[in-house]
Design a protein around this ligand. Structure first.
Ligand code: BGC
Ligand code: BGC
Length: 613
């Protein structure tokens, strides 16, 4: 019988399921189906999946394919509806937002999943896109565009491994990262989620998948499931409009946007997320050719495909989703559907589509097989609960040191009229909105979805980094708006840039110029007759063409995250600048889209970046 043999009882206890056992009626365990092979970790994964699948009802299978958002589901509903996965959307966190509450929340949902008769653990998914960024106190690494500037695949692998450790402490086992988009138009609000504008850059940075998943899924205690997103063409939409339309021939789509996915699949990425965007007018969420034939067939992707957040709503252009949209998405090859709030309706509609034959049972079984395979491979059936031994790694010194190195490696010096590196003996005046602001230097997807200025999470601001690097005896004066500067200073550093944003809220249709406040600040510093270094904290190149001649130094910092000391390391020459532009820097927004090899004359080409020698 189910848990009667001693080894199985022991295993069940190890899973923390003793309470669960007492609550589960034996009849529900389907003991009639023979020995419970799927609970035996000694058996091959495929045979465990077969065994489990044979015990599952249609309800069980529909639940596996459903991913509600934590704010819209209670643990007991996870049990009742046999839910396969729960997510935290951007900034969706337990209150107060601290590491212990995250682990408790995760365990609460997991215990609920294990309380269902078949005890299939959930996957808990988050966007840990630059560290475990929804968690206050986590290490925030540079956004991908900075890592693309650093061009160091091994460093990026280590960032993946560090992120996986921080996730593991809270239990979270699934990361909706990396974004392997190829950003072709800097007006796109997600440009900073891209490692670069040519496919080679995102492809080479898929080492982050090795860091997140480990050498194989579940091989070590900190292996988490990675997601290559957004399949495919998200960075190639007309006008850089988020969720827009990609107007390209199949040949060009394959040449520019497909290669990073090919590489991610080669590295055995466990899941792939579909893009909100369309290809030549057809929503990716219904594109059977690209999802089933190309990704699963031609590329040989054996993991599972997840929709984007409410992505199935957009198929017919009308709000909400119909049975037809559900069927179109599942038949296109989507295996799990991110339906934050309307998950009950999703289950009903999918059931109806199966019952009327629109969605074949074989498709449902295939989706379940793919999802369950990853759960077994991850070792979730054996180790479902948060591994609190890793709580201490969250925001720990080792990870912050790694982040600081990544920040230093990502700085791109674009102009230097003998003003950099700064000298420890210099009298330094620091100004600008970005100088002393963790939230601003971290950007979107930091504690909240959009990110926010201010002291949103612990870290070192760029100003603090400068003060440390300058040493105790040096003079470092700070005034946000630059007032108070005079001729006595040797140099002024203006840290300016963009306010935090995420996704479509970051789309820009203006001239991509610095905002007025920033220009006024820089103007004040220049008026004092002191050499000015501009440090730009931004998710993309901005139009600085007319101002640049008046600056003595210019450095692109991207969105460095919590370790601002890495910026100072380069300013003071403790680290030689080695970052190179991962995107072409336009002269004006009118040049957008502008990319290497398109014949346009940029302000700085892809690959630009100075050293100090
Ligand atoms: C984004 C995805 C993200 C998902 C869950 C969507 O809006 O496009 O990148 O993974 O939300 O937060
Ligand atoms: C969620 C994000 C999600 C977005 C989709 C937000 O409310 O927090 O995770 O990406 O909605 O539009």
């Amino acid at each position: 019988m189910y848990c009667s043999s001693t080894p199985v009882v022991r295993r069940c206890l190890a899973l923390g399921m003793s309470v669960v056992l007492a609550l589960t009626p034996i009849g529900a365990l389907r003991a009639d189906m023979g020995p419970v092979r799927y609970l035996d970790p000694g058996r091959p994964v495929a045979s465990r999946v077969d065994d489990l699948l044979a015990r599952m009802s249609l309800d069980d299978k529909l639940g596996q394919m459903t991913q509600p958002e934590r704010r819209h589901i209670e643990p007991d509903e996870v049990t009742r509806f046999r839910i396969g996965s729960v997510l935290s959307g951007g900034g969706s966190a337990p209150s107060p937002n601290n590491v212990r509450n995250w682990a408790d929340m995760y365990d609460g949902f997991q215990r609920a999943a294990l309380a269902a008769p078949l005890r299939v653990p959930i996957l808990y998914g988050v966007d840990a896109v630059h560290g475990h960024n929804n968690v206050v106190g986590a290490t925030i690494f540079p956004h991908n565009i900075g890592l693309g500037a650093a061009r160091d695949p091994e460093l990026v692998r280590r960032i993946g491994a560090a992120t996986a450790e921080e996730m593991t402490g809270t239990g979270v086992d699934w990361n909706f990262a990396p974004c392997v988009c190829v950003a072709r138009d800097d007006r796109w609000g997600r440009t900073y989620e891209s490692f670069g504008e040519v496919p080679e850059l995102p492809s080479s940075m898929t080492t982050i998948i090795d860091g997140l998943q480990g050498s194989a899924l579940g091989r070590g205690p900190t292996s988490v499931l990675a997601t290559a997103k957004h399949y495919v063409g998200d960075g190639g939409t007309a006008g850089g409009r988020d969720q827009g339309d990609v107007r390209l021939s199949e040949e060009d789509l394959r040449a520019v946007h497909l290669p990073p996915f090919r590489e991610a699949v080669r590295r055995a990425v466990g899941s792939v997320m579909v893009s909100y965007s369309s290809w030549n007018g057809l929503k990716m969420h219904q594109n059977r050719y690209l999802i089933t034939d190309v990704l699963k067939g031609e590329l040989g992707f054996s993991g599972f495909v997840v929709s984007d957040y409410n992505g199935i709503d957009q198929i017919d252009g009308a709000p909400g989703f119909t049975r037809k949209e559900v069927a179109a998405a599942i038949n296109a090859g989507i295996d799990m559907v991110m339906v934050p709030a309307e998950w009950r309706r999703f289950i009903e509609r999918l059931r109806a589509a199966v019952e009327d034959g629109t969605v074949p049972m074989a498709r449902i079984d295939d989706a379940n097989r793919r999802i369950l395979t990853k759960k077994f491979e991850l070792g979730l059936f054996e180790r479902p609960m948060a591994d609190r031994r890793y709580l201490g790694t969250i925001g720990g010194a080792a990870h912050r040191a790694l982040a600081r190195r990544a920040v230093a490696a990502s700085q791109v010096v674009l102009k230097n009229d003998d003003v950099l590196p700064l000298d420890e003996g210099d009298r330094i005046f620091v100004a600008g909105r970005g100088a002393d602001d963790i939230g601003l230097q971290s950007g979107g997807w930091t504690v909240t979805w959009q990110g926010a200025p201010g002291a949103t999470t612990p870290g070192t601001t760029i100003l603090q980094g400068i003060r440390e690097a300058a040493g105790g005896s040096a003079t470092v004066t700070y005034a946000r708006d630059g007032t108070g500067i005079d001729r006595s200073y040797d140099v002024a550093v203006a840290v300016v840039g963009e306010q935090p944003y995420a996704e479509y809220e970051g789309d820009r249709t203006d001239d991509l110029r610095l905002d007025d406040t920033d220009r006024e600040t820089i103007g004040r510093l220049r008026a004092a007759g002191v050499p000015v270094v501009v440090v730009l904290v931004s998710g993309r190149p901005l139009n600085v063409t007319s101002e640049l001649p008046g600056w003595d130094g210019f450095m692109a910092s991207w969105l460095p995250g919590t370790e601002g000391a890495g910026v100072a390391d380069v300013l003071f020459g403790d680290t030689d600048p080695s970052g190179r532009l991962p995107v072409t820097w336009p002269r004006s927004a009118a040049q957008e889209p502008i990319n290497a090899g398109d014949g346009q004359r940029p302000l700085f080409p892809l690959g630009a970046g100075l050293g100090y020698d």
